[in-house]
Write a protein that binds this ligand. Structure first.
Ligand code: ATP
Ligand code: LTN
Length: 326
């Protein structure tokens, strides 16, 4: 079975973009792959954070991943900082990546432009992400469109390491869904829906109640025309609604327009489909939060399974790099 690996940051509440762009695909792929999914808390340290908030967000995100359908017994679901191998391997990856390559990463450019304090970790972040992926002999990485560049970098680093130090890593590839790969903000359809913007009216959170979801869709920015047509360049707001409706109902965005005549109908139909999708997820999440000890048991199980693979890879890395045996 091919190995898949993916990660998500505990930096805020999970939103519809995460679900349609990544998490739904994680769930769908787990039965036919050896799947490893990680709550990447070390990545959350790259930007200013509150320790209590991080602890809560890591627990809550782990529960949300189970609620959306990740099966912690079948797949490997764990918290990144529970294994020292990630930080250790990241150092080897930093020493294999070139500064010029890291400088070209658009996520770094975007995040550093909008922050007062830019940490060294924000710059080397893609090297840690590369370590995450390569530690598990990963064949495929299911992610949203925004991560394509990071996965390309991971491939380049894996090939460079293998050619310098001998066969060590599997070279991974990105798996990006055809629909839902880039869900845009409802208020600013030129920007991707993002956790960091959570709380804003343009982000649908997985824990939003039905009334909030309806309100956010009702207020979604469209345009001054009246025609419902899929054209992301000239009609970003309407096209985003069609993409969401299509992704939720399993249709192409253009096909989702059929039978809808007014913007109000499109907004109502999209809200209804999203509310229906989120209902069972919210119910399952509520059950899990009532029993944090069970979550903790499942995360320990996941860390133990992950360690078996990651420690074997790290042994190979150490040997091939020429680090003296312990
Ligand atoms: P942040 O806003 O803090 O950068 P984020 O919302 O982008 O966070 P991540 O933890 O970085 O969330 O991403 C988890 C997964 O969700 C990744 O695979 C990413 O590609 C996907 N994803 C994030 N935002 C979107 C979006 N708007 N549309 C589709 N996929 C998305
Ligand atoms: N950088 C990713 C999160 C992430 C990830 C990974 C995704 C960290 N490590 C490994 C896939 C594989 C993000 O910002 N969404």
């Amino acid at each position: 079975m091919a190995r898949i690996f993916s990660g998500i940051k505990p930096t805020g509440s999970v939103h519809l973009g995460n679900l349609l762009g990544a998490l739904r695909n994680w769930v769908a792929m787990q039965s036919e792959h050896s799947a490893v999914y990680c709550v990447v808390d070390l990545h959350a340290l790259t930007v200013p954070h509150d320790p209590d908030e991080l602890r809560k967000a890591t627990l809550s995100l782990s529960q949300m991943l189970i609620a959306v359908g990740i099966d912690p017994e079948q797949s490997t679901l764990f918290v990144q900082s529970h294994l020292h191998e990630h930080a250790e391997c990241a150092w080897a990856m930093e020493c294999t990546a070139a500064v010029g390559e890291l400088r070209r990463m658009t996520q770094f450019k975007d995040k550093s432009d909008s922050s007062d304090f830019v940490s060294g970790g924000l710059f080397t972040y893609p090297a840690l992400q590369t370590a995450d992926i390569l530690l598990y002999d990963t064949d495929q990485v299911p992610v949203g469109e925004d991560q394509r560049q990071h996965i390309e970098l991971a491939r380049d680093i894996a090939m460079r390491f293998n050619s310098r130090f001998g066969q060590t890593f599997v070279v991974p590839e990105a798996v990006i869904p055809a629909t839902g790969a880039r869900v845009m903000d409802l208020q600013h359809p030129e920007n991707k829906m993002s956790k960091s913007e959570a709380g804003g009216q343009g982000t649908i959170l997985l824990l939003d109640d039905p009334a909030t979801i309806e309100k956010k869709f009702k207020r979604a920015v469209t345009d001054s025309e009246t025609e419902i047509r899929f054209d992301p360049d000239t009609k970003p707001g309407v096209s985003n609604l069609l993409s969401i409706l299509g992704a939720v109902t399993g249709q192409e965005p253009a096909a989702a327009a059929s039978g809808l005549n007014r913007y109000g109908d499109l907004k109502a139909a999209t809200a209804e489909a999203v509310i229906e999708l989120l209902g069972p997820i919210q119910a399952c999440y509520q059950e899990l939060t009532a029993d944090p000890a069970e979550t903790s048991r499942l995360m320990t199980l996941g860390a133990n399974k992950a360690r078996t693979v990651a420690s074997a890879t790290m042994d190979r890395v150490r040997t091939n790099l020429g680090l003296l045996q312990r």
